[in-house]
Design a binder for this molecule. Sequence first.
Ligand code: C2E
Ligand code: MG
Ligand code: MG
Ligand code: MG
Length: 285
Amino acid sequence: EAKRDPGTSYRFYDQQLHISAGYQLRLEADLRNALRGQELELYYQPRIDLATEEVRGVECLIRWNHPERGLVRPDEFIPAAERSGLIVPIGYWVIEQACERLKQAADLGHPGLVFAVNLSFRQFHDRKMTETIFRIIYNANVDTSLLELELTESAMMHDLDYARRCLRELNQLGVSFALDDFGTGFSSLSNLQHLPISLLKIDKSFVQDLGHTADAEHIIRAIISLAHSLQISVVAEGVETEGQLEFLRQQHCDEIQGYYFARPMPWDDLVKFLQNQSQAACLQS
Ligand code: C2E
Ligand code: MG
Ligand code: MG
Ligand code: MG
């Protein structure tokens, strides 16, 4: 990813400045233009299956190619997009784009690759969510079993009945669900068994505490064993070191995602990355 000075542009749009109504309006106008003017782009971060060491799928992560600020990361504009409601059309654009890439990946010889997309709180609670997602996947004519939606605990647990209904409806179409940033919220574990969730993503803060606090090991171990007892797979996020990888392997974590293996990258780079991976696999066998 492009190097930026985090001190200057980080939270460019989400400083106390957003208190100013004028500033908020300017940001909204900019974001609206970004959506129309094709300044938004998806980056893709591979997820590796620890048993086969193959790329299982990719997480789609939004970036804003801002005309003046350069590459802006989501933490800097998603909060404002949530406040303004713009996250709803942006979120649907992300799903459309992911569906297009999913088909391209298959055409390029990577037919089983899972595409994971993040859904924000506001988008998940949009009244037309299931119907809009249905329309997008129907129009795109994709293999829905390769589309995974990531939700955080707070988005899911805010209204359990609603979540259960939406997840079931989309699940019946073949779409699967992942619980993102797991461990940072306060969802009761017993809630998990009533929702069709196939994947749990351990928040990177726990992975990055490995080797620093003994608690991190205990928590990760407990999460993996709980998930597995419910037939839920586990991805560890934010894996940056060999040591973290080895610990997760010992604990039978199913997949890892992190800089140790690959950073989020633009589409063209992902295509090259996948090509290299399959060549390496051919050479090995
Ligand atoms: P997330 O869904 O938890 O995504 C994982 C974040 O961890 C990504 O940050 C990724 O770049 C970062 N990451 C991956 N591996 C490592 C690692 O080894 N070390 C470290 N330090 N970080 C790692 P990113 O791309 O900046 O996205 C931040 C958050 O913005 C995402 O967290 C997600 O909540 C949100 N987001 C991203 N794209 C979208 C989108 O299309 N829609 C919505 N609603 N939210 C999005
Ligand atoms: Mg995510
Ligand atoms: Mg996450
Ligand atoms: Mg996160």
